[in-house]
Design a protein around this ligand. Structure first.
Ligand code: ZN
Length: 446
């Protein structure tokens, strides 16, 4: 397959009249200066590095104040109630819809931080990896690249208290989790570009003994929720005598295989120390804003040479441009300054390139750059759109992120699969109809 673009963002910068040859899902050749007809602008399509797809079905349902001061913890209460109703079929229907929306917004792949393993009340399905199989089936159906991260969830808090209520669907002892991980590996067998990793849920939900073993469980990436909420920082500090990121830097073998999700509560020293490990900061600005988590220290992270990517986490809204825009705007509010996440590159260019390469690193996926040997994860922009008229180079990306509308992606290829065409995912109609039926039934039963 051959793609042609008037302009494309290559690792060495913007190039004109670019011809990209794709073979077996990978980029086989990139040549600039070859006039031809095709797309206006082609960019590397980033990985969505953090998602819980099932939460897409709760979007918009937790914006009221339920008891006094609403907070993260009341959101979590609704999430648990909602969980009591989800069947494996529901999980697949919701995941497929979320993946369709991710592709349409510009993501070529997703890291699914998957913790819903078991039936209501605990125990296991006949196939302990039933739910992983459902996520893999949604990826197969939508063609979105998948890094699957089965989650280890062992306890209800840092004190080791037992799991209760909705948490029983997440929890596994070591033997059961080994079977989940094994089955998840088999479920991915039909997906040529899929990656299996592992995700200890958080410092509060996994024992220190298990944390010591996670890096050896797969050859793939390791993701963990870290330092999202102030209450969590206080809890870890009281129990273990160190703030979460300090503790992680001192006790976990952090390196480029690791992705620390949120990392919103860090001191300047923690920010610099964590950046130096090579671990990716997994930022989810829309969800972090929605949950009132706080603001990541962007300038401190960049100054220390840290890698980052973005994720849609709770999927309250699935939009790659909005994640990147809000990441920058939150910095502007905090710093009272403009163009905070920019260097010699403009803000839009820095955000896009760093999110593409950081997201790929977090996913253990050979992508994020338009270069020979990489998976062909690329997208085409609608350069005929009025907001992009007459713009080129970095300003094209700036306008796309700061002035554009959603839906500027006309086409997207994930490992060469042409899954978005004319701005719509090719399976949208069928996936959406099934999702709508699922949503009606779930919302009626709440
Ligand atoms: Zn999360």
């Amino acid at each position: 397959m051959i793609l042609h673009a008037e302009t494309a963002l290559l690792p060495q910068g913007w190039a004109q009249d670019v011809r990209i040859r794709i073979e077996h899902g990978r980029i086989a050749e990139v040549t600039a200066g070859v006039p031809g007809r095709g797309h206006g602008a082609i960019l590397p399509a980033p990985v969505n590095l953090h998602s819980h797809t099932f939460q897409r079905a709760m979007a918009g349902m937790t914006e009221g104040r339920t008891a006094g001061q609403d907070s993260f913890w009341t959101w979590r209460a609704l999430m648990y109630r909602f969980l009591e109703r989800l069947s494996p079929e529901d999980v697949q229907a919701i995941a497929a819809q979320a993946m369709v929306e991710m592709a349409e917004s510009g993501f070529a792949a997703v890291c699914e931080f998957h913790y819903l393993h078991h039936p209501v009340g605990g125990g296991t399905y006949a196939d302990p990896a039933e739910m992983s199989g459902r996520v893999a089936a949604a990826a197969a159906e939508t063609g979105l690249g998948l890094t699957h991260l089965p989650v280890i969830y062992e306890q209800g808090g840092v004190d080791g208290r037992a799991l209760a209520g909705g948490q029983l669907r997440f929890g596994s002892g070591p033997e059961v989790f080994a079977r989940v991980l094994d089955g998840a590996g088999r479920a991915l067998a039909g997906l040529p570009d899929a990656v299996l990793g592992v995700a200890p849920h958080s410092l509060r939900a996994v024992s220190r003994a298990t944390l010591g073993r996670v890096a050896g469980m797969t050859a793939g990436p390791v993701h963990i929720h870290i330092a999202e909420q102030v209450a969590e920082v206080v809890e870890v500090q009281a129990a273990w005598g160190a703030r979460p990121v300090d503790w992680a830097c001192a006790n976990l073998p952090l390196d480029a295989r690791w992705c620390l999700i949120h990392a919103t509560q860090m001191t300047p020293a923690e920010t610099a120390a964590l950046a130096r490990t090579g671990a990716v900061a997994g930022l989810c600005p829309v969800t972090e804003a929605n949950l009132g988590d706080g603001i990541f220290d962007g300038p401190g992270w960049l100054a220390a040479g840290g890698a980052f990517g973005v994720g849609t986490d709770s999927n309250v809204r699935i939009s790659l441009p909005e994640e990147l825009r809000l990441l920058e705007y939150s910095q502007r509010f905090a710093q009272k300054a403009r163009a905070v996440m920019a260097d010699h590159r403009s803000t839009g260019r820095l955000l896009w390139e760093e999110a593409a390469t950081g997201g790929a690193r977090a996913a253990g996926r050979a992508s994020g750059r338009i270069a020979v040997g990489q998976w062909a994860d690329v997208l085409a922009l609608d350069t005929a759109d009025l907001r992009l008229e007459g713009l080129a180079g970095d300003q094209l990306l700036d306008a796309c992120l700061f002035a554009g509308r959603d839906g500027l992606v006309t086409d997207l290829w994930s490992a060469g699969r042409h899954i978005v065409q004319h701005g719509r995912h090719i399976a949208r109609a069928a996936v959406e109809a099934r999702f709508r039926a699922t949503l009606r039934r779930l919302r009626d039963s709440l």
